[in-house]
Design a protein around this ligand. Structure first.
Ligand SMILES: Cc1cc2nc3c(=O)[nH]c(=O)nc-3n(C[C@H](O)[C@H](O)[C@H](O)COP(=O)(O)OP(=O)(O)OC[C@H]3O[C@@H](n4cnc5c(N)ncnc54)[C@H](O)[C@@H]3O)c2cc1C
Length: 371
């Protein structure tokens, strides 16, 4: 029997991870990417993306994080390179803070224990931060950063070396899920048995009807230089998510060997065009640093080194979307938290395409509602 032919649109983490698994499962894969690989303005680049077990009140996503760690290990083995830096996870709020308590309870249902910290322990262990307003916190030894840009570059090298047909600077202008065919920017057509659409923040340009389901969202991140004498202490810090439910939510990625101290905005802008020029105004970058004013000791001594505008798609309930449409599988597993799942999304998506998994079951799994 001949190998099934699959076209993958998009060479971000979702497209390449699916291509990686499709090839392992015996498909003949062609990847079409409108930009360079890695795409410097794709969602899957930059230095790092967080992976951590705490996931609010959502046990389904906690279980998916465990599955994702397993699939990342499979990827490291295939690549012969490992691009994960473990720094541990710190969650603000003690057992009397409902948000923290719910997270710890959900983790317990998944067999994950946390180490509770009293207010005094919190202040003692994290002197770079002002934490006196909290009733404590908890931490886990697991969690850290996936080196996203390096992962996409390594996957590209690996798959190309294996002989996969990956075509940078090949834009798909039109896709027909019924006939499993695509029309390229030069007017030529390609047909396959199945198509995977992993177009990231550009999805709604390719499938305009998806605009009612997901919204491209421009997000600002900044890299900062910490005050003199604190660099070593910052390198020992865990990843942080400081979400107060209001407008001051931020996440922070500590510096690791070869990467800087990054702060991002947790509020979705739900606006902008991913194809527009990515210029960051000084005031936009400063607004992100200002969100940390109540948390950073010596906040005024932090200096912005760089501001970046990035895009991802947002689903109203922040769900990951994997949906079959005729002979196509549409992947929009994002809402700003999809990278960590890239390895396992690729595995499950490839199973659907190869007929080894039920599309509806995988759709429900991706929403965090089914095992
Ligand atoms: C600032 C920021 C912070 C984030 N933080 C985290 C985090 O901490 N943890 C986490 O898990 N996730 C995080 N995410 C989310 C995560 O990065 C995304 O979910 C993930 O990278 C999406 O991958 P993708 O492959 O769908 O999209 P992309 O990487 O954007 O890939 C899509 C590719 O499709 C190509 N394409 C589009 N249209 C066409 C076409 N017509 N023809 C050919 N090619 C096309 C594009 O050029 C692009 O290269 C963050 C995202 C951003 C932007």
């Amino acid at each position: 029997m001949s190998k099934p032919k699959v076209i993958v649109i998009g060479a971000g983490i979702m497209g390449l991870a699916t291509a990686w698994q499709l090839a392992k499962k015996g498909a003949n894969v062609t990847v079409l990417e409108q930009s360079a690989v890695p795409n410097p303005v794709g969602s899957s680049v930059d230095d790092h993306r967080l992976i951590r077990y705490p996931y609010g009140d959502k046990p389904g996503f906690v279980a998916m994080v465990r599955q994702a760690f397993g699939a990342w290990d499979e990827m490291w083995a295939d690549l012969g390179e490992r691009h994960y830096h473990e720094s541990g996870t710190l969650v603000f709020g003690g057992p009397n803070t409902p948000r923290a308590k719910v997270q710890a309870d959900v983790l317990a249902t998944q067999g994950i224990d946390v180490e509770w910290l009293s207010p005094a322990q919190l202040v003692r262990d994290y002197p770079l931060l002002m934490l006196d307003d909290l009733d404590g916190g908890f931490r886990l030894p697991t969690g850290g950063t996936l080196r996203c840009g390096r992962i996409v570059a390594a996957l590209y090298r690996h798959l190309t070396f294996q002989g996969m047909d990956i075509r940078p600077f090949t834009q798909v202008k039109d896709v027909d899920p019924v006939t499993a065919s695509v029309t390229l920017a030069d007017g030529s057509k390609l047909t396959a048995d199945k198509i995977v659409i992993a177009a990231g923040a550009w999805l709604t340009k390719l499938l305009p009807d998806m605009a009612s389901r997901v919204t491209p969202s421009r997000q600002i991140v900044i890299y900062v230089r910490p005050p003199a004498g604190t660099a070593d202490a910052w390198r020992k810090m865990p990843c942080l998510l400081d979400i107060d439910g209001g407008n001051n939510g931020f996440y922070l990625v500590p510096p690791t060997p070869g990467t800087g101290l990054k702060i991002g905005d947790h509020i979705f802008s739900r606006q902008g065009d991913p194809s527009a020029e990515r210029i960051v105004a000084k005031a936009e970058a400063q607004a992100i640093l200002d969100k940390c004013a109540g948390r950073f000791r010596n906040h005024g001594d932090y200096r912005i080194i760089e501001g970046k505008a990035c895009f991802y798609t947002v689903e109203p309930d922040e769900k990951l979307l994997i949906e079959a449409r005729d002979k196509a599988l549409i992947l929009s597993p994002c809402s700003g938290h999809g990278f960590k799942f890239g390895s396992i999304v690729g595995t499950r998506a490839a199973d659907v395409v190869m007929g080894a998994a039920d599309a509806e079951q995988v759709r429900r799994w991706a929403t965090g509602e089914a095992p």
